[in-house]
Design a protein around this ligand. Sequence first.
Ligand code: HEM
Length: 220
Amino acid sequence: MDASAPAPFSTLIRTASHEQHAEAENSSFMSDMLGGRLGVAAYRRYTEQLWFVYRALESASGALAADPVAGPFIRPELARTPQLARDLAHLGGPRWDAGLEPLPATATYAARIAECARTWPAGYVAHHYTRYLGDLSGGQIIRGTAERTWGFARKGDGVRFYVFERIGNPAAFKREYRALLDALPVDELEKQRVVEECRRAFALNTAVFHELGRQFPLSA
Ligand code: HEM
């Protein structure tokens, strides 16, 4: 192997967001929620925020499906909004979405995704990566904790968001996904911008956690 060859883009994007990953993971809201110190109301509020985020990601799928940069990433088996709707109906009843509003940080996050989807497909890829590859990885830890803490049926209503029924082998899927990242048809400068957008995506997630933390302030 050529030692001077640049690292694959999938490695670059992962290492570039490493610190921010730790920050998101260790935010007091996440720690309290996953440490079993918060009630199901906090989990519901968190899941509601995901609804707005995934609606922004997935309402753009149709328009981007044929895009040469973002299109290859759009896979129907990743879609999460139907599962979120089921989880939220379980958590909030059939009228779960009546009057539902995002937190300000969530609105900002969803607006940025929508903006990228409209104007910058490679930026959309940064947001796509940050959410879906995370859900396929650490999301599985969150599911187990949620099942134990709030008594949801294993892989059932309440945690369907974390269950990718049509992805039999998540490790293989992630490998394919990383190969797509490595083959992203953009130049080096644009790749740098995508890495920056990925950092921004992490920061937008952390901002949502901070607002949730203020609503459910156990660690304070
Ligand atoms: C408590 C919460 C979290 C836990 C326990 C967690 C845990 C993990 C774990 C164990 C991995 C696998 C690492 C590897 O394969 O080397 C991972 C990967 C990942 N996580 Fe998280 N995570 C959490 C929160 C988040 C958040 C909030 C985001 C961003 C929205 C995120 C985004 C990612 C991404 C993008 C990857 C894939 C990295 C890659 O392989 O390229 N995670 N996470």
